[in-house]
Design a protein around this ligand. Structure first.
Ligand code: XLS
Ligand code: CA
Ligand code: CA
Length: 449
């Protein structure tokens, strides 16, 4: 019996279950580094990495862009007579893909899974018809839901925002979707629920009441949190920062901004961050900066794994490839003890001219291998101890004596200044930061030496 799911029709018949074949393999449809059950630092690779597939890019994206039409033909929409039938077929294809690739999680927007109906009630009915099917397929295959979300940015009615729309009627329509998507997430046992506010920002300050919009956003999130908890949602709510695009400015600009917002509005107990690599770059940060900032503050929840193009400022959502980036990402994740409800969600899309059905597999295989390598390097950084110990030693002067008193808040500025006066200038401060040395050490792990 095949150890993958195939519905009435197999949509990727040429592709069988993807296996680990080791670094020497030349097979593009095999893992070279991702060995799901290999134990790293006491935990299986698959449990460290918790890979998820993004329903929208992988099964809805068709290669269309602002300059040209679709290039990818989805076999699951070809012979469908209705939109609902196409959605059912798409779900079969999705679960076939998950199980052939061996990824245990997925993430979806309401509108990825089911088409919008003629009224909010019909949209909800459509969604729940598909949720019923997803629940059955999850039980059959063991695939789980990492997080659900509502697409309150694509429909023209959201052109001026969803929760931050200047028209109350639109805010209420956004609520119909968010409520149903939270219900769907609960029904599917989702471990998280994500808010990405693509239109929750402004295009021009000339027509915007900034404070009102931010207050309304916080009010909406508070209502969603309260509703979810009342319905028994035990998972984590995530905010996914992004600085801009499609809006000129998005209120959830970057990690630091979102943490300030959550604390200001009293949402910091229920919300964590979902950090996307490409969004970090758009905010002028490295992926590792955003992860480390969230982790340091106790707000790192989940990750949207992808990359941008170094030479432009767009949200290109390419598949992750850089071992440096994956290593530093996994180092931060290991330092906080790993994911709990979160995971690595491939919010990544194949290029418009990658039109073979196998390209979707090849892209994910490469991304999974890149994170497997990153995980191995991160574990090496920790086991070897040179880098973490260097950082620890760098702050050793705060571990005892007056430094510790300072840390504990036991010194006034007068007392602190007296310590400085007594010590005098000497050579204080002239201790090497040793950046190049540490970079060389990191490079040696990369080569496995
Ligand atoms: C878009 C975002 C989006 C979120 C989910 O740029 O990445 O896909 O992850 O709404
Ligand atoms: Ca994302
Ligand atoms: Ca993106």
């Amino acid at each position: 019996m095949a150890n993958y799911y195939a519905g009435a029709k197999e949509y990727f018949p040429e592709i069988k279950k993807i296996e680990y074949e080791g670094a020497k393999s030349k097979n593009p449809l095999a893992f070279r580094y991702y060995d799901a059950n290999k134990v790293i630092g006491g935990k299986k690779m698959k449990d460290h990495l918790r890979f998820a597939i993004a329903y929208w890019h992988s099964f809805c994206g068709n290669g269309s862009d602002p300059f040209g039409a679709a290039t990818v033909i989805h076999p699951w929409s070809l012979d469908a007579k209705t939109q609902m039938e196409a959605a059912e077929n798409k779900m079969d294809a999705a679960f076939e893909f998950f199980t052939k690739l061996g990824t245990e999680y997925y993430a979806f927007h309401d509108r990825d899974m089911a088409p919008e109906g003629a009224s909010p009630a019909e949209s909800e009915k459509n969604l729940f018809a598909l949720v019923t099917k997803a629940k059955k397929l999850q039980a059959e295959t063991g695939v789980k839901l990492l997080w659900g979300t509502a697409n309150v940015f694509s429909n023209p009615r959201f052109m001026n925002g969803a929760a931050t729309n200047p028209e109350f009627a639109v805010v209420a329509l956004a609520a119909t979707q968010v409520k149903a998507a939270i219900d769907a997430t609960i029904e599917l046992g989702g471990e998280g629920y994500t808010f990405w506010g693509g239109r929750e920002g402004y295009m021009s300050l000339l027509n915007t009441d900034l404070q009102k919009e931010k207050d309304n956003l916080a009010r909406f999130l508070t209502m969603a949190r309260d509703y979810g908890r009342k319905q028994g949602f035990k998972g984590v709510f995530y905010i996914e920062p992004k600085p801009m695009e499609p809006s000129k400015h998005q209120y959830d600009f970057d990690t630091e901004t979102v943490i300030g917002f959550l604390r200001h509005y009293g949402l910091d107990k229920d919300f964590r961050l979902n950090i996307e690599a490409n969004h970090a770059e758009l905010a002028g940060h490295e992926f590792s900066h955003e992860l480390e900032t969230a982790a340091a503050a106790g707000f790192l929840g989940s990750v949207d794994a992808n990359r941008g193009d170094n030479m432009n400022g767009w949200d290109t959502d390419q598949f992750p490839m850089s071992y440096y980036e994956t290593a530093l990402a996994m180092y931060t994740i290991l330092k906080i003890g790993g994911f709990t409800t979160g995971g690595l969600n491939f919010d990544s899309k194949i290029r418009r001219n990658s039109v073979d059905l196998s390209d979707l597999f090849i892209a994910h295989i490469g991304g999974m291998d890149a994170f497997a390598v990153g995980l191995e390097i991160a574990q090496r950084i920790i086991d070897d101890g040179v880098i973490p110990n260097f950082v620890k030693d760098r702050y050793a002067s705060f571990a005892g004596g007056d430094g510790l008193k300072f840390t504990k808040g036991e010194l006034s500025l007068d007392q602190l200044a007296k310590i400085g006066t007594d010590a005098g200038y000497g050579s204080a401060g002239l201790t090497s930061g040793k950046q190049e040395y540490l970079e060389n050490v990191l490079n040696s792990y990369l080569l496995g030496l």
